[in-house]
Design a protein around this ligand. Structure first.
Ligand code: MG
Length: 250
C-alpha cells in the first residue's frame, strides 16, 4: 500500500494512492481509519510530508564505502544523531542553502516510518513496529559538520530533511536499490543490502535508547558518492519500489 498525506484547498488528510488516484482516508493511519469513496487525481492535490514525526533519528556511516570516503572509522555500534521535526520538507519542496555554509551535500537514504510505539524491542520483532518505508535526503552542511565537531547545526537547518513522497508497505528494507540523481545525473548508486546495521537491528537499537512513537522516522544512512548541491539544482532520491523524492535547491 502507498499512503500519502496531502492538502487540497484548505483540507488536509491522509490518503491511499492507487495508480494516479488518491482515495481520501478518514481517521489516522497509525490508529483507526477507513478508506472513503472520495478520491482525487494525484495532480490536483499538494503532497505534504507523508507523516509528522516527533523526531527524525538518523544513522551515520551505515555503508562501508561511505565511511571510507569520509575517512571515518567503521562504528562498532550504529552511530545515531537527530534532526529536528522542523527540518522536514515535502516532495517538490525547496531546499534552502543557509548563508553560513559554503558546502551543502545531498545524502540519499531509506527511511523507516514507525507504525506503533516501540520501546526495548528485540531485533526479530522490530519490523512489526515499522509501518513502511519512504525516501529521505539527509541534507548536510558538510563544512559546519567538520568545523563544529558534533553534527547538530550541520544537520538541522529548516528544509534539511526532505522526505516522501509516500509511505510504502511490504518492501524488503534490507534489499532495495538506492540512487541519488542530481540534475539527471546519477551520483550515488547502491543497494540497502550493503547496510552495516540492518533495518531490524537499527529499530531495535534505537528503541533501547528512546521510545519510538507512531510517525517517527529513522533514516538508515547513505551510500558513497555524497557531494554538494547548489542553487538551481534538482535533486532526486530514488528507491526501488518505494518512489522518487524530488526537491529543488534554492
Ligand atoms: Mg546521512
Amino acid at each position: 500500500m502507498k499512503y500519502v498525506r496531502f492538502k487540497k484547498d484548505n483540507f488536509c488528510s491522509y490518503g491511499l494512492l492507487e495508480g494516479e488516484k488518491v482515495k481520501v482516508i478518514e481517521g489516522d493511519i497509525f490508529k483507526d481509519y477507513s478508506v472513503t469513496g472520495r478520491c482525487y487525481d494525484i495532480d490536483e492535490i499538494e503532497l505534504l510530508t507523508p507523516c509528522v514525526p516527533s523526531k527524525i533519528v538518523c544513522v551515520g556511516l551505515n555503508y562501508k564505502a561511505h565511511a571510507r570516503e569520509t575517512n571515518m572509522p567503521l562504528p562498532q555500534e550504529p552511530l545515531i544523531f537527530l534532526k529536528p521535526p522542523t527540518a522536514a520538507l515535502a516532495h517538490k519542496g525547496n531546499i534552502i542553502i543557509p548563508a553560513v555554509s559554503g558546502r551543502v551535500d545531498y545524502e540519499a537514504e531509506l527511511a523507516l516510518v514507525i507504525g506503533k510505539t516501540a520501546k526495548n524491542v528485540k531485533p526479530e520483532d522490530a519490523l512489526d513496529y515499522v509501518l513502511g518505508a519512504t525516501c529521505l535526503n539527509d541534507v548536510t552542511a558538510r563544512d559546519l559538520q567538520k568545523k563544529d565537531g558534533q553534527w547538530t547545526r550541520a544537520k538541522s537547518f529548516d528544509t534539511f530533511a526532505p522526505m516522501g513522497p509516500y509511505i510504502v508497505t511490504g518492501v524488503d528494507y534490507n534489499n532495495l536499490d538506492i540512487e541519488l540523481v542530481l540534475n539527471g545525473e546519477i551520483k550515488q548508486k547502491s543497494n540497502t543490502s550493503c547496510f552495516i546495521a540492518k533495518a531490524h537491528q537499527i529499530v531495535s537499537y534505537v528503541s533501547r535508547i528512546m521510545t519510538l512513537d507512531p510517525g517517527d522516522v529513522i533514516a538508515t544512512g547513505t551510500p558513497s558518492g555524497v557531494g554538494p548541491m547548489k542553487k538551481g539544482d534538482v535533486v532526486e532520491v530514488r528507491l526501488e519500489g518505494v518512489g522518487v523524492l524530488k526537491n529543488y535547491v534554492e
